[in-house]
Ligand binder design. Structure first.
Ligand code: PGA
Length: 249
């Protein structure tokens, strides 16, 4: 049985006081599902969040990292730095990183290698733009993104890879992929994995959906056989909404 995961991506939101308030709210809530729960605060609040949630079942994860071990990369954060404060999982390839910070399949492939070499787990994001969906190219685009960044890996590396399908047209727009669209794409992704690595890897790999996932639609999305959880942006900033999604399984 593969893992179910709900991860909150807080993006560039919440200063220290707001982060503290959200952490306090999160700790009051009760989890009734068996999903793994993660939150990704901004870098300045990572250590604080890690300490605060140390004795809870919520894992604190990073939103990004650099591929180099150290050096002259002003403004960047290394895998070693994350690990030194207890962080073991990193989100890579978010569409906002691709769009606003020019991250390419090539740089992402290096980042994935660095994370795995440091025994970190990766939540790898990808997804098509609206014009790809409209032209019927969405499967080709998605398959290419996964191939370029991940298919050089050994099968065993997939123990530390979580996939997150996030159609760009659904992120922060209030527009969600329908449960059927999500299921179709997740099944396609799993079939691509099976082609490359065999059924064992494909069946064991967690594939999350992201893009305007909310308390009102999470249950239906998560009821689909190939949707193993969600990467949640906006709705993860309100503790009750986030936990309603966590408990939607
Ligand atoms: P959203 O963001 O839930 O606000 O659409 C999802 C994401 O960017 O991971």
């Amino acid at each position: 049985m593969r893992k179910q995961i709900v991860a909150g991506n807080w993006k560039m939101n919440n200063d220290l006081a707001q982060t503290e308030a959200l952490l306090t709210d999160l700790k009051k809530l009760e989890q009734t599902s068996g999903a793994e729960v993660m939150v990704a605060p901004t870098f300045t609040n990572l250590y604080h969040a890690f300490e605060s949630l140390k004795n809870s079942s919520i894992e604190v994860i990073a939103q990004n990292m650099h591929f180099a071990d150290k050096g002259a990369y002003t403004g960047e954060i290394s895998a070693g730095m994350l690990k030194s404060i207890g962080i073991k999982t990193v989100i890579l390839g978010h569409s906002e990183r691709r769009e606003y910070f020019n991250e390419t399949d090539e740089t992402l492939s290096k980042k994935v290698d660095t994370a795995l070499a440091n025994d970190m787990r990766v939540i790898f994001c990808f997804g098509e733009q609206l014009h790809d969906r409209k032209s019927g190219n969405h499967e080709t685009v998605v398959e290419q993104q996964i191939k370029n960044a991940l298919f050089h890996l050994e099968a065993s590396s997939f123990q530390n890879i979580v996939l997150a399908y996030e159609p760009v047209w659904a992120i922060g727009t209030g527009e969600t992929a329908s449960p059927e669209q999500a299921q179709d794409m997740h099944a396609f992704i799993r079939a691509s994995l099976a082609k490359q690595y065999g059924n064992d890897v494909a069946d064991a790999t967690t594939i999350l959906y992201g893009g305007s996932c909310k308390p009102g639609n999470a249950k239906e999305l998560f009821s689909k056989p190939d949707v193993d959880g969600g990467l949640i942006g906006g709705a993860s900033l309100v503790a009750e909404d986030f936990f309603a999604i966590v408990n939607a399984f």
